[in-house]
Design a protein around this ligand. Sequence first.
Ligand SMILES: NC(=O)c1ccc[n+]([C@@H]2O[C@H](COP(=O)([O-])OP(=O)(O)OC[C@H]3O[C@@H](n4cnc5c(N)ncnc54)[C@H](OP(=O)(O)O)[C@@H]3O)[C@@H](O)[C@H]2O)c1
Length: 273
Amino acid sequence: MNLSGKTCLVTGANSGLGFEITKLLATHGAETVMLCINEEVGERAILEIKRAVPGTAIELMICDLSSMDSIQSFINAFLKRKTKLDILFNNAAIMKKKRTVTEDGFEMMFQVNYLAPFILMTSFRDILKKGSSPQILNNGRPSDRLRLDMDDLQFIKKYSMYHSFFKTKLCLLFTSLEYSRRYGNDGISTFMADPGPFKSNLVKEVPLAGWFKNLFSSTVDKAAENILYVLTSEIEKNGKVFKEKKEYPLIEYWKDKNVGEQLWSITESLIKG
Ligand SMILES: NC(=O)c1ccc[n+]([C@@H]2O[C@H](COP(=O)([O-])OP(=O)(O)OC[C@H]3O[C@@H](n4cnc5c(N)ncnc54)[C@H](OP(=O)(O)O)[C@@H]3O)[C@@H](O)[C@H]2O)c1
């Protein structure tokens, strides 16, 4: 597999799946920008990849996805450096035990896991259009049983770490599908992919729950292989959901365009403020 000439952006690239997929992309020749929240940790991660893949063209860019100012500065800097984008991998996510509010006044998981990818997807549309077979991969898959409460998208009425986390992923799913409908004609393939459960630090605020989850999870390299498989497969991906290496059928609720349109419009108003 030869990915040379591909320009990729991976968010949350210093650890877990983001780190592993960046390493794989580098191994196959892609140029990847690692979006990391912390400079020192990011420098360590990039050094490790450069050691494993000498001569790789990877770059580090710092951004805190829980800050609108930081996201905007990152976007401006990225657009100055790059003229095209082939793969946007919205991977970064956070799981918070207690409801937390960002400096912008949004619930933390809602902003990092959902609003930030929404802004990156919409802000990078033009340079994605300049990519070759451009793809937006949004990470995760909510349970089929989960439903959105449009009056409580930021969990003021009811907060629970897992439930609220997966609701942010459900928002991302609806927005992936809506984006695929709106901009599929641009040639951008937008889809959601669940790499399968793997050992990671995502559930770090509840160590026992994290330990239990990791007990039944596979290793991160298997998850990264699944993601690379979907990214490099030539099948039609726009508007689809994948679980590991296979397409996951859309349930009727996810297909409801009214939900996707309503969420899109609420999201735009929230961002505009
Ligand atoms: N683990 C699983 O079983 C599993 C299964 C399916 C899908 N996923 C998905 O895989 C993705 C990666 O998760 P992971 O399991 O690899 O966990 P992880 O190691 O905690 O990775 C999350 C990444 O996001 C970064 N991040 C968090 N908040 C950020 C912010 N405000 N700004 C910028 N970056 C931020 C983290 O940085 P720090 O290292 O500084 O915290 C980290 O690099 C998530 O989208 C998750 O939903 C995970």
